[in-house]
Design a protein around this ligand. Sequence first.
Ligand code: ZN
Length: 803
Amino acid sequence: MPMLADPSIKYKPYTPLNLPDRQWPAKINRAPPIWLSTDLRDGNQALANPMTIPQKMSFFETLVKCGFKEIEVSYPAASDTDFNFVRMLIEENRVPDDVWLQVLTPAREDLIKRTVDAVAGSKRAIIHMYNATSCLFRTVVFRNSKEETLALAVKHTEIIRKLTEECTAKYGTQFRYEYSPETFSQTEPEFALEVCEAVKKAWGKAGTAYDERIIFNLPATVEIGPPNHYADLVEHFSRNISEREKIFISLHPHNDRGTGIAAAELGQMAGADRVEGCLFGNGERTGNVDLVNLALNLYTQGVHPKVDFSDIQAVIDVVTACNDLPVHPRHPYAGELVFTAFSGSHQDAIKKGFEAQRARHAKARAQGEPEHWEMPYLPIDPADLGSTYEAVIRVNAQSGKGGIAYLVQQHLGLDMPRKLQVAFYAVIQEIADREAREMTVEDITTAFRKTFHLGGSAYEGRLNLKSFRISAEPAAGGVDGEAVDERRQFDGTVSVDGQLRVLRGDGNGPLSALLDALRTHLQIDLSLREYSEHTIGQDQNAKAASFVELVPNSGDVKETRASTESYWGVGIDADIAGSGLRAVLSAANNAIGDRPLPELKLSVGFNARSGQADIATAILNSLKLELPRRLQASFFEAVQRAAHGSGGEISYDALVGLFRERYGYYDEEENPRFAVKSFKLEHLNASGRAKLSGEFIINGKPVSLEGEGNGPLSAAVEAVNRGLDGKVSIREYAEHSIGEGSEVKAASYVEVAYEGPGGSPKWTTWGVAIDSDITASGLKAVLAATKAVELADEEARRTAGQK
Ligand SMILES: [Zn+2]
């Protein structure tokens, strides 16, 4: 059957109440009503499978926990389950002293008796009697006249009065009385008043105290008109009932028109004191008014509702389990999607809202002012309901970059620059499209780590920074009086496809020095287009985060800068230079993809620049030593000389052998050529001078040495000098650790200058040593260098002889 072209031939509109001086539109609800939960009665009656006693019990406990003080627990005359449940509550002492048990009864003497029996012995009970008063029900359902309807209410009110008084005398139960002119909203307003006046008179003992008031409950049993009409009816009743101060006016809205909440709110403005309803709006047909919704509406107006939903999920869990009905995903406050923004513009607004609010709250806090909640799209702080901000934003293929940026900010502490947001957004969209599903927070953070090779070995890229040193290179070629920017040198160990490589490069800053190193050693030719950084965290835990955008080098500066191809990288490090370098490698990893990188060259050619680092790489991989740059240069010269005799080629083993020989580096423990057998270091005075004495092995021979200096090394040098005609001095010293934990050793590099007797020209050479003790390692390096001094001396003499 089609919908009618003219529905007025079938449906009549409601009859408006003539109330031109209505007051309620100007009223504001500034206090919570008395709440009555009728979940266990009205709600339960509407279930396909009414609750079992254990379910009712768990629901009751949840209501008590939420703070409900008036709970309609059953319709005891309707079923044994309902009757027994009330008895169990009372006999097992399950009802807190300040909670009123309410039970419903129709206007029938036998049923009233059973109802009063059900609550006998409870501390506090409300007997709730109803009879239908509307014209439709009077004429069609019950075939009663107005007079008969009124007489029925009066007679049974008198019965309730008598039976409850007897019960009080016998068991001490304190009673209140609630009367519902059922179908109130369809009852002639004057007749509803007439019946209630008669009931009040029959009850005969309404007083002004809370416990003495009679409750007149005004049900919109079926919602038949707009909420303002209901409010008019309530205001009319409230203004015209006598002894208003001895009455609680209670509302009982249903939701047939979808305006149950509005009806309850306008009804309170119209003078009602009390609201009956169910959690999440369970109840016949479209349900009773939703008490959670009403309470939280008040809460977001800054009025505490006197019921608590700070763990709303726990309440949802109990209610859905007992009702066997879901809460709609878009249900106000309670639905699983209500703190979720899918649309990009909403996500972006929320992200900005949180940022602005953080600043506003900090300011308000400083000035001792309230930290008000003002957030786009979020009328309530999810945290107040036990939800977390993590749940605020979910991402699908339609989501915007703002939401994703927000999640990355929340979970990784990184504020992505705008262009990076765009780039990473493309990554997420690609994944979301490919997998055709919604992305979780974890999907996004994992994708971020993978994309930028952040956060541990699981996400490492092909290029990995192991160690580095940035040093200043004296400016070369400065024109007179013209300031020249100091150049930077990068010396580092980078794992390349799992193999350690020594990389070095120069540039105007650390990043360009690393880019130079990548270009020189790995043919990765990239330029820096954008760089930004910020700190994460505070104080000693603070870290630096860097973001770089690299573009392929085209050879032309303008063209390079305008490149449409670009790679982003992100780096985090305790050190700002480290975070920048890591960001460059992160972007370089993205640029190289899986293209093969040039292999390590071990033959010694004429490309001296890359050659030095390649030789250093060989030493790094065989001996784990990270040579200082000047030692790399020194050793490279030696290697070239050695290779000269073998056609420019030198084997790996020969290279390592040459290094050991030249720098006195022997890590074997038995029969060492250089060793510290024992030493003693005395601090001579406050100036820090030290006296060193000890037994050493130099070049396989035991030697006793004694000397003084500003520290152990200079004391060792002085001791060595005592046995020489010439003079040794330290030019450079470097050290680093090898290994981890209890296996850690110190590697020391000492460059000494040797001045022959009679002031002959200075020669410099290096000594290298490792030891588990850092002082011993330094001393051994000095001793090893003095062996090299002899070699240098011999060479000097030979060179002199050749001239
Ligand atoms: Zn109802």
